[in-house]
Design a binder for this molecule. Structure first.
Ligand code: ADP
Ligand code: MG
Length: 672
């Protein structure tokens, strides 16, 4: 059994008062230290108090893994199998049923549910969790739920304003949240935390932003700590899967060489258990994270930011903080959202440190210098709504009848230029018209949990009757990278050779076709898992892709049954047909070859880009003229990935659309 008991969590003393406060108020803000039991216990209290009788208790999480892991935990505590009374739903994975009362889900999923049922009739309570993370979808939900209950305009009569909305947040910003929600009460769960001694190890300075540098230093600090400090588990913060795997490999190797008779200071420690923790990890592996290590063994969890607030691991006494995080940011240089590694904010660093002081005094080792802290780290993390593309959420808002997207009640307003850019992109995809109203196509587009460009291409394919080409591609682009890139050099060469063969066999120099071909070959093989192993393809990712394809196909079938689904015809080769469909979604991502191996984008930014080495078209730049691409990676250069050669006349008529309308024109109507 676990080393802790939910009856001893700080929240347990307040069960009755909490239930009462929720019953008595339409809105309630609940705050308390991370680990106090908000996420796992509060929904159970409401369930026990009968609040689940007239509707579900929905709990949103900004992160997919958190939704799944917490649901697993709570179903275990409740004593039901997952998907029964306690379930979860995340994009492309629904593990809930009619009987589900406590439903954990991503904030994106609840947003989609509001589209189908704007008054959320299925729910008696909606809990927005981890609100301090300020994810884009959670911020939008806050604005929607605030309006819904204050002015249930347009919603069907009878929606009880009895829907209870609970907003949970780690300590920050509760006054602001309460004010935003009409000065609702704030319930604070008192908790005690222990002091954490913070050390700046000064191993990296403002210039050392290269991942290979900080990964090495993090490993060094973790090992020193292991050999020099008293018992207690270690939590290391890095930014993503490949880094974490690299760090774990290095830790294994070095830990093997430790002689516990001489090297280790505290002789009750005689082993190190190294565990990775990141988003796309298989869930059975994730479960291990929470189990206490065997006696005498120290646990070392190497995690992404998910361990900062979403998941609490018991027994952590030492933190090693790399100082970095992976973040989606809008890059104005290339005009696109890009996932990049950036320094964390000071408040984030404090949050990370606090994880060491939950049950006893702890220590936090920051690998960076005080100078790095002062010069590189901002005070607070900028909310996602102020730094990423708003295209999808603006379309969702428009479909919900929120016409004036500029005056929507945002907790923090995004810059107007971001809203305008989103409107412009929606107009370019034909999702809204010149007056800012959702088109028929826009209503179809909003049904797909995919980025707008990809959805547009898919719908074009469907109109032309070639969805069999587009569905697999959309699925493959929605899962983690399917190509395995092993760490060791010899293996890396094997993998690359196999991948090259796959590219050649696909018979085309076009990354989208390669994805399609891998998808089809794998599915057609007698043993898909063996096929994957032989070709250095992630079987787990492929399985998800098959699943996603089925779900996208179901959505499409449903939409095609509506009698006004637009149909078109085309005569030309299949390859041209395929590429033309891609053009209709990606014409904002068109580039033309400039000098040497470089290309120049045509979206008005005129950025210089290179084809990424992972592309089938890498090294063949000289033969290319016009290309479209799926996404961008910025390192020292701007790389485009998943590339397809096209002909100018396929986009000739589309390109003017990029400059045709002034975004203000779209929004001036929105202001009326
Ligand atoms: P909060 O939401 O207030 O941060 P949680 O409800 O997430 O707190 O966590 C309460 C306790 O439950 C913590 O001690 C945490 O370690 C434990 N816990 C959460 N998920 C799991 C799990 N999957 N396995 C074991 N313990 C868990
Ligand atoms: Mg929580």
């Amino acid at each position: 059994m676990d080393s802790w008991d939910s009856r001893h969590l700080p929240i347990s003393l307040h069960q009755e008062k909490l239930v009462h406060a929720i019953k008595a108020n339409a809105f309630l803000v609940v705050t308390g230290e991370t680990g106090s039991g908000k996420t796992t216990q509060l929904p159970q209290y409401l369930y026990q108090a009968g609040l689940g009788k007239n509707g579900k208790i929905g709990v949103t999480q900004p992160r997919r893994v958190a939704a799944i892991t917490v649901a697993q935990r709570v179903s275990h505590e409740v004593g039901c199998s997952l998907g029964k009374e306690v379930g979860y739903q995340v994009r492309f994975d629904d593990c809930s049923s009619e009987n589900t009362v406590i439903k954990y889900m991503t904030d994106g999923c609840l947003l989609r549910e509001i589209l189908a049922d704007p008054s959320l009739r299925q729910y008696s309570v909606v809990i927005l969790d981890e609100v301090h993370e300020r994810s884009l979808n959670t911020d939008i939900l806050l604005g929607l739920l605030k309006r819904k209950v204050f002015h249930p305009q347009g919603s069907s009569p009878g929606r009880s304003t009895s829907l209870k909305v609970v907003v949970m947040s780690a300590t920050l910003e509760t006054a602001k949240l309460s004010e935003f929600l009409g000065h609702c009460p704030v319930f604070t769960i008192p908790g005690r935390t222990f002091p954490v001694a913070e050390t700046f190890c000064s191993l990296i300075g403002p210039k050392d932003t290269d991942s290979s540098v900080y990964v090495k230093e993090v490993v060094k600090v973790a090992l020193d700590l292991h050999t020099g400090e008293m018992t207690g588990d270690i939590l290391v913060f890095l930014t993503g899967q490949s880094e974490i795997e690299k760090a774990c490999d290095m830790l294994y190797e070095k830990a093997e060489a430790i002689d516990y008779r001489y090297d280790v200071h505290d002789h009750s420690v005689e082993g190190l258990l190294i565990l990775p923790l990141y988003g796309s990890m298989p869930t059975d592996q994730q479960r291990q994270i929470f189990q206490p290590p065997p006696k005498g063994v120290r646990k070392c969890v190497v995690a992404t930011n998910i361990a900062a607030t979403s998941l609490t691991i018991n027994g952590i006494r030492y933190i090693v903080d790399s100082g970095f995080v992976k973040q989606l940011n809008h890059n104005s240089r290339v005009g696109l959202d890009i996932l990049e590694v950036v320094p964390i904010s000071k408040s984030e660093a404090q949050q990370r440190a606090g994880r060491a002081g939950r049950t006893t005094a702890g220590k936090c080792f920051r690998i960076y210098s005080k100078e790095f802290w002062e010069k590189c780290m901002p005070e607070y993390t900028v909310p996602e709504i102020q730094r990423t593309s708003l295209t999808s959420v603006i379309l969702t808002l428009k479909c919900l009848g929120v016409h004036d997207v500029i005056r929507f009640p945002y907790l923090d307003c995004p810059e107007e230029r971001f809203i305008l850019a989103a409107l412009k992109q929606l107009y370019q995809c034909d999702a809204i018209d010149r007056r800012g109203h959702v088109t028929r196509l826009g209503k179809l587009m909003v049904e797909f949990p995919l980025p707008p460009g990809l959805t547009r291409a898919l719908l074009k394919g469907a109109s032309l009757g070639c969805e069999d080409l587009l569905l697999p591609v959309a699925a493959m682009l929605s899962v983690e990278n399917i190509f395995i890139r092993p760490g060791q050099q010899d293996k890396q060469q094997d993998a690359e050779r196999e991948h090259r063969k796959l590219i050649t066999k696909s018979g085309s120099c076009n990354d989208f076709t390669v994805l399609l071909s891998v998808f089809e070959k794998c599915r057609a093989s007698d043993s898909p898992s063996t096929w994957c192993r032989d070709h250095w393809i992630h079987w787990r990712a492929m399985k998800s892709a098959f699943n996603v394809e089925t779900q996208l196909r179901e959505i499409l079938l449903r939409l095609k049954k509506q009698n006004d689904f637009p149909m078109e015809t085309f005569d030309g080769s299949r390859s041209e047909l395929f590429r033309r469909c891609l053009c209709s979604g990606y014409f904002a991502n068109v580039a033309r070859r400039a000098v040497g191996r470089t290309f120049c984008t045509m979206d008005g930014h005129g950025s210089v880009v290179h084809i990424h080495p992972s592309s089938a078209l890498f090294d063949q730049e000289a033969e290319l003229d016009w290309i479209i691409f799926h996404d961008v990676l910025v390192t020292s250069r701007v790389y485009v990935r998943t590339v397809c050669p096209i002909r100018y006349d396929w986009v000739k008529d589309l390109l003017p659309k990029l400059h045709e309308v002034d975004a203000y024109e779209l929004s001036s109507v929105a202001r009326e």
